[in-house]
Design a protein around this ligand. Structure first.
Ligand code: MG
Length: 164
């Protein structure tokens, strides 16, 4: 069978927004009065991106790789989970081509953080900045996003077979 040299992967994540937590998006600490609730640092963008990368390689999802019942991952920096996942994908002979993602958050305004988040993502995936895109959307004041009860993120990645 002729196996194509490209794979696409999609990821999505949602966490509840609560008081008394730090807000982490794409590996960047965002100054805000609330943060995302979760077993790890609850970085929705890195979780969506991890799922996208694992999915593209046919490796299941972040919950299979790092169960949220495992105390080893309590409070963990999600960039470590992402880096480990990318490493597994690379070991299978895949290389990342580009990343595109969207954060859904009513507040805070993410415009001032967009470049910083992209730069951090580019560092994590070891790609030039123009291969890593990040978009920000509000919830238009409706639904759980719009009422500031939650934030979500989508991510999509393309993998190509690494040149041997
Ligand atoms: Mg998550």
């Amino acid at each position: 069978m002729d196996v194509p040299d490209f794979r696409i992967g999609l990821g999505h994540d949602t966490h509840r927004l609560v008081a008394g937590r730090e807000l982490w998006l794409g590996g960047v600490r965002i100054e805000f009065e609330k943060g995302l609730l979760g077993h790890s640092d609850a970085d929705i963008l890195l979780h969506a991106l991890t799922d996208a990368v694992l999915g593209a390689a046919g490796l299941g999802d972040i919950g299979d790789a790092f169960p949220d019942t495992d105390p080893a991952y309590a409070g963990i920096d999600s960039s470590l989970l992402f880096a480990r996942s990318l490493e597994r994908v690379r070991e299978l002979g895949w290389t990342l081509v580009n990343v595109d993602c969207t954060i859904f958050a009513q507040r805070p305004k993410l415009v001032p953080f967009k470049l910083q988040i992209r730069q951090r993502l580019a560092e994590l995936v070891q790609l030039p900045l123009d291969c890593v895109n990040m978009k920000a959307k509000t919830g238009e004041h409706v639904g759980p996003i719009g009422r500031e009860e939650a934030m979500s993120a989508d991510a999509i990645v393309l993998l190509r077979r690494a040149v041997k």
